[in-house]
Design a protein around this ligand. Sequence first.
Ligand code: NAP
Length: 676
Amino acid sequence: MTLMDVSSYAAGDWVKPGAGARNIASAVTGEVIATAGNDSLDVQAMLDHAHTVGGPALRKMTFHERAKMLKALGQYLSEHKQALYDISFATGATQGDHGFDIDGGIGTLFVFASKGRRELPDGHVLLDGDVEQFSRNGTFLGQHIYTPMRGVAVHINAYNFPVWGMLEKLAPTLLAGVPAIVKPATATSYVTEHCVRLMLESGLLPEGAVQFVAGGTGDLLDRLTCQDSVSFTGSADTALQLRSTRAILANAVRFTAEADSLNASILAPDAEPGTPEFDLFVKEVQREMTVKAGQKCTAIRRIIAPETHVEAVIDALRERLAKTVIGDPAAEGTRMGALVSTGQRADVLDKIAVLGTEAERVIGDPDNFEVVGADRDKGAFLPPMLYHCAEPDRATKVHETEAFGPVSTIMGYRDLDHAIDLANRGQGSLVVSLISNDPATARQVALGAGAYHGRIYINNRTSMKESTGHGAPLPHMIHGGPGRAGGGEEMGGVRGVKHFMQRTAIQGSPEMIQAIGQEFVPGSNPRPAPAHPFTRTFTELEIGETITTEQREVTLEDIEHFADFTGDTFYAHMDDDAAKRNPFFPGRVAHGYLLLSFAAGLFVDPDEGPVLANTGLDNLRFMQPVPAGDSIHVRLTVKKKTRRTDEYGEVRWHVMILNQDDAPVAQYELLTMNAY
Ligand code: NAP
């Protein structure tokens, strides 16, 4: 096999391995297959390139343009994923494992692309919360906004997910408008490098948006400024070392860590042997122990079962794990491949020796197991191993030692509070799962264990067919955990995008706030529409453009006609005495829906024009009743515009219904689709 050169992509050029390069061995054969690293990599040039080329190019794009770019990138990688599968087998991963890493990574791009289009504005500023009013006349307001950080996001990843690990960080970063320097773990960097090459070849990314470091980062972290950030995934020791870098502390560089985690899974008291939940529990544990040969930060390290069922769980796991075919990850029948390296295997052997001081091995023998289609001694193979800890209250090592391989420890609990206490002994984990069919148990665990966990995964007979698995972080949900898990948070949809943006409190007059946020702010000077807004195209309409309609009187006949026509004869509209007894009404009043209908009748322009459809109405409030004899009129204002397709965009209108005294009686936001 020819040796792969894992090159860095720095300031627009590929830089081959050079002085200080490290060899990388195949997880399966132990042969050296690649070399990575170059001590003379110019990291300052990389930072400058991101600051001066990548950042400005990304910031010029709107959120929607960046979301479209992510979608196209996902499609491009999907078309080329076979190449990534082929190259990934050497990391010890099976085809099933590629589903998590490669397909999972691409899926993350798609989720962020779609969230970007649906949940972020078609602009450059993200508003946070509502306008705050400080003064009586509303001439001085407040609004929180997010804008992209003007530096670079440094992503340092662990070896176990060379593709997903990069893409789950890259998607929110690029969507935020921030360039990244990606540094994967050297052991599997050849896979990440291939993925980066594909992304750059696609031509979809602006130059400087993504750069890549193979091997060490030199003094990159010492050069970071207050506009840069570091997102780290790896061991707690490395996290501590890196977050203590002087420049990071001195410049308050944002540092997010996803580190070790002693995740637990709780078999609830109701999930007795013979129930669907018991079988489900055994299946989830077996899967978590064997997927990626247990090298998953979210894998179940501690199995917490009722004392009375510990034996039954061990027996069931023994039966299931016996079917695990270990061997050549590329072979079809293989259920579990190799660990990433013989070094990692040695580390796991050291860690199980520690576990062995407090727990007894009841399944699996590292010195005696079968490997199919590969050399057991040359590759980094291990069997699934289960430990039983008989005294989990006295034990400490089983709650703090992460054997990053196919290893888990089972322990018994007396009651649910005890189970929660044991789960929390991990001192902060990425995930705890609960297998139970009892909602009260779920509530007790959520309240008792929530503070110690980033995610709580609950599964039962109802959700098991569609559930995504204890170990799978989803781009929609946050991934991270307190304490030992690093104290970080990633993904979580738009929450993850905000990690790469600065929140700023803006204070000023309504016009200032409106100009910055590109959304109508009530109180800003009305901008009279030059023609009826329904006759103006999406492009022609301007934020703040307003019309005020004629008045219309609401008569008792209107109210009775509406009641008769719709069948809504609620007493407040029909019975004056009864309405008066109600604290809200002066007597019979118009239906709220009648007012909405009259409002539409007042502001709609009837002819065929750029308004294609009314697609909804948000935030409706009825503020004051309208008795018969009152008159209403409408103030209709363009609040926000969002491009949706190549043919039309969404216009959000601020609609205010006022009475004859100009007092507001109802307010809402109307959505229409308008042709460009
Ligand atoms: P690691 O040894 O801590 O390495 C993590 C990353 O840090 C690698 O890219 C490594 O690069 C880099 N690194 C190490 N020293 C550095 C330095 N001085 N400057 C800059 N970068 C440096 O962890 P690992 O062995 O790759 O991964 C296994 C660990 O990661 C496990 O403990 C696991 O729990 C954890 N993990 C956590 C999550 C999570 O989301 N919480 C996910 C996956 C894994 P080199 O490879 O070049 O040394």
